[in-house]
Design a protein around this ligand. Structure first.
Ligand SMILES: Nc1ncnc2c1ncn2[C@@H]1O[C@H](COP(=O)(O)OP(=O)(O)OP(=O)(O)O)[C@@H](O)[C@H]1O
Ligand SMILES: [Mg+2]
Length: 330
């Protein structure tokens, strides 16, 4: 069976002040039904651009090569109608801040039932019934009352559940959640994540979970892909990545997180600033910030290679072996 989402060698450049800048370099990944893949990286690494490529909503003037396939079909070969259908019912985007993607002058009921009435030709009553049932599925019991409310009357956590509810009503098979809990407090964050995880399991949804929080991704995803300067530098099952990262950048991300068990102060931050894919040369893009750099790191562009259960883009990966997340010298 083909994966729900497959991205092959995606290269992307977008115009900034009239000049095309490279934002993604040969990104490849796949997600099966019922699987959650975490896409993790610092700000500007290209996470949201990957999400936009998956939803087929690239910025104007973007130049892309490579393939994005949804259920085996290439997005760039879809007719306008098929692409519109893909966006409305194949894939659902859960944004960082739901308030920016919900119309404030329409009720929650309008937001949830309009696609059912327009796309699925349901009557207003049937659409409302479906919406109330779906709200219950995401832990909102008093659905009738909520349908009458306006977005500003709902807390951020409730509104994020409404967004998940909309994804369920559209019967999307792929959910792209782009930092869905960053704007929420910690308790609400874990409630929203629990709902997403449960729905994924029960409905066998494929989930692309985008976050800068590697530990959160490891807690809720099956596999993690780490993005640096627009390219994937490591892919591992979530269970092994947190204990034995293989790319020095992944290790740096893990070490920079505060932990209750190991109280290290000050926390070892990754030195220097994140490299833009546009400025990355032919050598390893992380070399300038890496504590393991040798002359060989600049010799050519490292390929993403398999080591045991991991894919790693580091010429020293084999020699270094699995790295601990905190170690001597930190
Ligand atoms: N609409 C746009 N037009 C041109 N360039 C853009 C646009 N949006 C983002 N970029 C650039 O593309 C690169 C990747 O940005 P992207 O938004 O994918 O990063 P990100 O990993 O999602 O970061 P963050 O964690 O801050 O959300 C950045 O260099 C950014 O400046
Ligand atoms: Mg982003």
């Amino acid at each position: 069976m083909s994966p729900v989402l497959e991205i092959r060698d995606l290269e992307l450049a977008v115009p900034v002040d009239g000049v095309r800048r490279r934002v993604l370099r040969s990104v490849s990944l796949e997600i099966a039904a019922g699987e959650a893949l975490g896409l993790v990286g610092e700000s500007g690494s290209g996470k949201s651009m990957t999400a936009r490529a998956v939803t087929g909503l690239l910025p104007r003037g973007a130049q892309a090569s490579g393939d994005v396939l949804f259920e085996g079909q290439r997005l760039d070969e879809m007719s306008r109608r098929a692409l519109a259908e893909h966006r409305s019912s194949g894939v659902a985007l859960i944004p960082q801040d739901p308030r920016t993607s919900i119309n404030p002058v329409h009720t929650v009921g309008d937001f949830l039932t309009e696609p059912l009435r327009v796309l699925q030709s349901l009557t207003a009553t049937d659409a409302a019934d479906r919406a109330v049932a779906a709200l219950a599925d995401v832990g909102i019991p008093d659905g009738r009352r909520r349908l009458e409310q306006y977005p500003h009357e709902l807390s951020g956590g409730l509104l994020q559940r409404v967004m998940i509810c909309a994804a369920l009503l559209s019967e999307a098979r792929l959910i792209v959640a782009d930092e869905p809990t960053t704007a929420l407090d910690v308790t609400t964050q874990s409630e929203v994540m629990a709902i997403l995880s449960e729905l994924r399991t029960h409905r066998r949804l494929a989930v692309l979970f985008i976050t800068h929080d590697l530990e959160l991704a490891a807690a809720v995803c099956d596999r993690i892909a780490v993005l640096y300067a627009g390219e994937i530098v490591e892919v591992q099952p979530a269970a092994s990545l947190a204990d034995s990262p293989r790319h020095p950048y992944t290790r740096g991300l893990l070490s920079a997180r505060p932990s209750i068990d190991t109280q290290i102060y000050p926390l070892p931050a990754i030195p220097g600033r994140a490299m833009s894919p546009h400025d990355a040369g032919e050598g390893c893009a992380f070399a300038a910030r890496c504590s393991y750099t040798q002359a060989t790191c600049d010799a050519g562009h490292p390929a993403l290679e398999r080591y045991a259960g991991a894919l790693v883009r580091c010429v020293r990966a084999e020699e270094l072996g699995p790295l601990t997340s905190r170690g001597a010298g930190d």
